[in-house]
Design a protein around this ligand. Structure first.
Ligand SMILES: [Mg+2]
Length: 258
């Protein structure tokens, strides 16, 4: 019989496994090695696209695991798959044609414009435009028309979520939804989820142990009710150092879950 996965770790990228300021993950290396040594899995969960994530997943040595992409709207299978045709994405673009004008999505923008709006270089911007499950954009119409646009989109099943920079349209799945799909599939004995921002909170609360990685630059994850807070590990260090702090502590042989 196949051995059950002893531990499955879900992790946000920016500000969590990657440093906020220089995107380095060097400090996480000992913790990544620990996960490999104990036979644990690591599922990256990010707003990034499959094209943006696949190279990094390989670099950290977890190409055997699925990744949660586009904020939970989709899952990138293990390996180096030719990602399926972007049919869900084409659906979104089709629906947009039936909606009142005013939304300017990544599909309407040149690579240069995406680069200007995100701060990504042109190569990275092109990968960010290679979308399969969701469409980020900006509202160019009159502010008073936005409500109508969002409710019309809702009639087609599209959900609009306002992030820091973009209004993103998708069929509404979150990182936590995708996480429960992966858990159902892989049936791990134990789960840990790490994040640094309020949009990671659902995922953090859905794990056996949640980790809040300190981030002095962003909106904090507020204290939770005591029974939830007991299952949360809050790091003192930031970014990849905080990531290593949490994983090395929580996977230490003498560690006891509370
Ligand atoms: Mg983050």
């Amino acid at each position: 019989m196949l051995q059950r996965l002893p531990l499955l770790v879900f992790s946000d990228l920016d500000g969590t496994l990657l440093n906020h300021h220089d995107y380095s993950w060097d400090a996480a290396q000992p913790a990544l090695k620990r996960l490999r040594d104990i036979g644990a899995g690591l599922v990256l969960a990010s707003s990034k696209t499959a094209a943006e994530i696949v190279g990094f997943r390989q670099a950290i040595g977890f190409s055997n695991m699925p990744s949660i992409v586009e904020n939970g709207a989709g899952i990138l299978a293990p390996g180096h798959p030719e990602t399926d045709g972007p049919s869900e994405y084409l659906n979104i673009l089709n629906i947009l044609r039936h909606l009142p004008p005013g939304f300017r999505g990544f599909a309407d923008m040149s690579v240069q414009e995406v680069s200007d709006r995100t701060g990504l270089d042109l190569v990275a911007a092109e990968k960010a435009q290679d979308r399969h499950f969701s469409e980020p954009g900006v509202w160019d119409g009159a502010p008073e028309d936005l409500g109508t646009f969002i409710s019309e989109a809702g009639r087609y099943g599209l959900k609009a979520r306002q992030g820091g920079r973009f209004l993103t349209l998708s069929f509404g799945k979150t990182k936590a939804d995708a996480m429960s799909d992966v858990i159902r599939q892989l049936q791990p004995e134990r789960t840990i989820a790490l994040g640094d921002a309020p949009n990671d909170l659902e995922m953090i609360l859905a794990a056996d142990t949640g980790v809040v990685v300190a981030n002095r630059y962003g909106a904090p994850i507020p204290l939770q009710a005591p029974e939830a807070e007991r299952r949360i590990f809050r790091t003192t260090r930031e970014g990849s150092e905080g990531w290593a702090e949490a994983i090395l502590t929580l996977t230490a042989p003498d560690h006891k879950d509370s």
